[in-house]
Design a protein. Structure first.
Length: 188
């Protein structure tokens, strides 16, 4: 004796609707509507053209997957080496009493390599600006500016920048990719 319910499953017939579905087909989950969405007046709804424009802009600024280019790894390694060398020259000269104004190679090398690094990160995705690793770089730019503007040697600002750079470059991903604006880790 065969059971009717087994026949429905085998034939792909859906009991509730009586509609035929291919075997193995599953209905997509529909997100639940929250109380605030249910109570919100229609005037609060975002117009479709704004939603589409925002969606297109977010895809442009924060693409998934991240943008890349051929040879990206070697370019990043080269820029990192340039940056470390420039910062080493700048920090060493400052530690030996040389004013920053007399160290154009160290100052400009550090500044330009930092700008190139920012450009590489922003090319991949602008979400970098919202993560702790991006915020650390912005703080390092401020510290370099403070060192250049200071009447003294600027050594404390450069040391602070080096410490922030060392920590932010090697901290675990759960901190590097953490976004204080979102309150969670954002990888892409």
């Amino acid at each position: 004796m065969h059971r009717a319910s087994g026949m429905h499953r085998a034939s792909g017939m859906h009991r509730a609707s009586g509609m035929h579905r291919a075997p193995g087909f599953r209905r997509a989950a529909v997100p639940a509507i929250t109380e605030s969405e249910r109570e919100a007046p229609a005037s609060c709804a975002r117009p479709l053209h704004r939603h589409l424009a925002r969606s297109m802009l977010s895809r442009l600024l924060c693409p998934k997957p991240l943008r890349s280019f051929p040879g990206q790894r070697w370019v990043r390694i080269s820029v990192r080496t340039w940056h470390l060398l420039s910062m080493g020259i700048l920090l060493g000269g400052t530690a030996h009493g040389l004013p920053l104004a007399e160290q154009p190679l160290g100052v400009w090398g550090t500044l330009l390599s930092g700008v190139v690094f920012v450009g590489l990160e922003l090319h991949a995705s602008c979400i970098w600006l919202l993560q702790l690793k991006g915020l650390a770089v912005l703080v390092k730019f401020l510290l370099l500016g403070a060192a250049l503007a200071s009447s003294g040697s600027g050594l404390p600002y450069l040391v602070a920048s080096l410490v922030i750079g060392g920590i932010s470059s090697h901290m675990p991903g759960k901190y590097r990719y953490y976004s204080p604006f979102h309150g969670r880790v954002i990888k892409e």
